[in-house]
Design a binder for this molecule. Structure first.
Ligand code: NAP
Length: 297
C-alpha cells in the first residue's frame, strides 16, 4: 500500500462542481474541515446542505448561460475540482452532454477566470473505454490534458455507494452476477476517497489511480452482503454473453439511466480493476452498518 505523506494543509480557494453528489459532498466536507475556502456549485438549491462557511453558487453546468454567478465566484480560486457526472440521474441527457460537455463548460470558465489548476474525477480505466460513459470521461481527460491549465486526474475504482446495489439484491434473497464472479476490484468509501484526493492535491500530484484497502472478487462482495444480513449466500452466475445480448436489446429500447449503468457495470466487471490501496474503511463493516439501519440508505 502506498504511504501518503501527511501534508501540511495549505488554505486554498477551492471550487467543487458535482458538490451535491456522493463524492462531491465528501469533498466539500473534507475541504472545509481542512480550512480550505470552499465554493460549491449546485444545480438544485434544495440539495445544497453543506457546513456553515461553504459558499453556494447555483448554475447548470450543461447550460453555460446559467453560469455567470459561478464566473464571478471563480475570481481568486486556486483549483476547481469536478466530481460532476451522470450516474444514477434520470435526466434525458447523454454522457457526452454531461461527462464531456458540462465539464468542458467548467474548464472554459475556469480558464477564462484565470484559475490555475483543474482537478477531475475520472475512473480506473484499463485500455480502450468500453462504455459510452467511460468514452465521454476519457474524451474530457484528453481535452483537459491539452488545455493551458495545470491538470490533476484522479482515477478511482468502484465506490462503496455502488456496491450497495449488491446489498439490495441480497436483501431480495439472491444476487445475480455476470460472469464467474472471480473478477476482482478494491472499492473505496467516499470520505476515504475525498481525503485521498485532497492529500494528493495538496502535495501537487497530477495523475493518481486510487483503490480501497481490500481487494475482493465479485463473489466475495456478494458473500459480504449476505453475511451482513445474516443470510445464506445465494449467487447465480449469468454467462457474460447473455448479459451482452441483453444490453444490445436494452440500449435502443430503454432510457439512458437504465442501460447506462448496466453498460458501465458490464465494462467494469470484464476484468480486474485494482488500484493502489488507500483508505481504511472496509466494505463488510459498511454493509453491516447499512444492514443494521436499512432506512439509512
Ligand atoms: N460511482 C463510482 O463507482 C465511480 C467510480 C469511478 C468514478 N466515478 C466518477 O466519480 C464522479 C462522482 O461520482 P458520484 O458517485 O459522486 O456521482 P453522483 O453522486 O451521481 O454525483 C454526480 C454529481 O454530478 C451532478 N450532475 C449530474 N448530472 C448533471 C447535470 N446534467 N447537470 C449538472 N450536474 C449534474 C450531480 O448533481 P445532482 O446532485 O443535482 O444530480 C452530482 O452533484 C462521477 O463523475 C463518476 O463518473 C464514479
Amino acid at each position: 500500500m502506498p504511504t501518503i505523506t501527511p501534508t501540511k494543509p495549505i488554505p486554498l480557494r477551492i471550487c467543487i462542481a458535482g458538490a451535491t453528489g456522493y463524492l462531491g459532498r465528501h469533498l466539500v466536507r473534507e475541504a472545509h474541515k481542512r480550512s480550505h475556502q470552499v465554493t460549491a456549485l449546485v444545480r438544485a438549491a434544495s440539495k445544497a446542505r453543506f457546513p456553515d462557511g461553504v459558499t453556494i453558487v447555483q448554475g447548470e453546468a450543461t447550460q453555460p448561460e446559467t453560469l455567470a454567478p459561478l464566473q464571478a465566484a471563480l475570481a481568486g480560486t486556486d483549483v476547481m475540482i469536478s466530481a460532476l457526472g451522470l450516474t444514477r440521474q434520470k435526466d434525458k441527457l447523454r454522457y457526452k452532454d454531461v461527462d464531456f460537455q458540462a465539464n468542458m463548460n467548467l474548464l472554459d470558465l475556469a480558464q477564462a477566470a484565470g484559475v490555475p489548476r483543474f482537478a477531475y474525477v475520472h475512473a480506473l480505466v484499463r485500455g480502450k473505454p468500453k462504455s459510452d460513459l467511460l468514452a465521454a470521461k476519457s474524451q474530457f481527460v484528453q481535452a483537459l490534458r491539452a488545455a493551458q491549465i495545470e491538470s490533476h486526474i484522479f482515477r478511482p475504482g468502484g465506490y462503496f455507494v455502488d456496491m450497495e446495489a449488491v446489498l439490495d439484491m441480497a436483501r431480495s434473497g439472491r444476487i445475480w452476477a455476470v460472469g464467474d464472479g472471480s473478477v476482482r476490484l478494491n472499492p473505496i468509501e467516499g470520505a476515504d476517497l475525498a481525503q485521498t484526493i485532497l492529500d494528493a492535491l495538496e502535495r501537487g500530484e497530477n495523475d493518481l489511480e486510487i483503490g480501497g484497502p481490500e481487494v475482493l472478487s465479485l463473489d466475495e462482495i456478494g458473500a459480504l452482503a449476505f453475511a451482513a444480513l445474516g443470510q445464506p449466500v445465494r449467487i447465480t452466475h449469468l454467462p457474460r454473453g447473455l448479459a451482452v445480448a441483453l444490453l444490445a436489446l436494452l440500449k435502443p429500447l430503454t432510457p439512458r439511466h437504465i442501460w447506462g449503468p448496466f453498460e458501465f457495470f458490464l465494462a467494469a466487471s470484464a476484468q480486474d480493476a485494482i488500484g493502489p490501496a488507500y483508505g481504511a474503511k472496509t466494505l463488510g463493516a459498511h454493509f453491516k452498518a447499512l444492514a443494521a439501519k436499512p432506512e439509512a440508505k
